[in-house]
Design a protein around this ligand. Structure first.
Ligand code: ADP
Length: 222
């Protein structure tokens, strides 16, 4: 490996620094209630790459009442998809920022096959292909039970078991074609998403390391 960043720099954690310098280009996907957000934060820290959530970006614009926010407010509150053109544009803009130069973790994007194609072209232009798509798997009944309990505890009467189950089904139906594309490309890394946060983070780390993404030296040394 010719990458010398972090080596001999006197850093407290050269492995981590080198990974941060190297970056990683990842997607994370998982159903509502799978703890995807938590794992996204942990992964982005580990690789020193920004966690880019299109949902968060839209919510931020809505809160700030920017022109884009005003444009997408009704769509997002209805739970519909923002048009691909707008979504692709915000991702292009975000990925062009300095902190995303060496890598990124995309969360909530791509969500349609059109977005998959757009992202392919964008990354192609940068000669930065995706390295892995981390998919959190979780048992439907377990997730429904978990979310129903939470809704009950928080007094969210509208969040019935039926509504929760419906959202899970919609999610599965809509992501299936994307998952197939990435599986065919050999990029899919499927992780058992049940267990405690640290346990799941370890599984993700090991699965990525097995593909040569991150922590290579630590594995070699063990
Ligand atoms: P969820 O609420 O299901 O976790 P997100 O937080 O990822 O979803 O996104 C919230 C909303 O933002 C979505 O319901 C949708 O309106 C919009 N959105 C986010 N990502 C995309 C995308 N890739 N394409 C279209 N719309 C999106």
């Amino acid at each position: 490996m010719s990458d010398s960043a972090g080596i001999g720099s006197g850093s407290a954690n050269p492995v981590r620094d080198r990974n941060a310098a190297r970056g990683a280009r990842l997607l994370i996907v998982g159903p509502p209630g799978s703890g995807k957000g938590t794992q996204a934060v942990a992964l982005s820290k580990r690789f020193g790459v920004p966690d880019i959530s299109t949902g968060d970006i839209f919510r931020h614009h809505i809160t700030e009442e920017t022109p884009l926010g005003l444009q997408v407010k009704a769509i997002v509150s209805a739970g519909d998809y923002v048009p691909d053109e707008l979504t692709n544009a915000i991702v292009t803009e975000r990925l062009s920022e300095a902190d995303a130069r060496n890598g990124f973790l995309l969360d909530g994007y791509p969500r349609t096959l059109e977005q998959v194609g757009y992202l392919d072209r964008l990354l192609d232009e940068r000669s930065q292909p995706l390295e892995a798509v981390v998919r959190l798997l979780a048992d439907q009944d377990e997730i429904v039970a978990r979310l129903t309990k939470r809704a009950h505890e928080q007094g969210r009467a509208d969040d019935t078991e039926e509504a929760i189950r419906h959202r899970q089904e919609v999610y599965l139906r809509e992501t299936a074609p994307l998952i197939d594309v990435y599986r065919e490309r050999g990029l899919l890394v499927e992780i058992d998403g049940l267990g405690d946060v640290e346990e799941i983070a370890d599984r993700i780390r090991e699965a990525l390391a097995a593909r040569g993404i991150g922590e290579i030296d630590e594995l070699a040394a063990s």
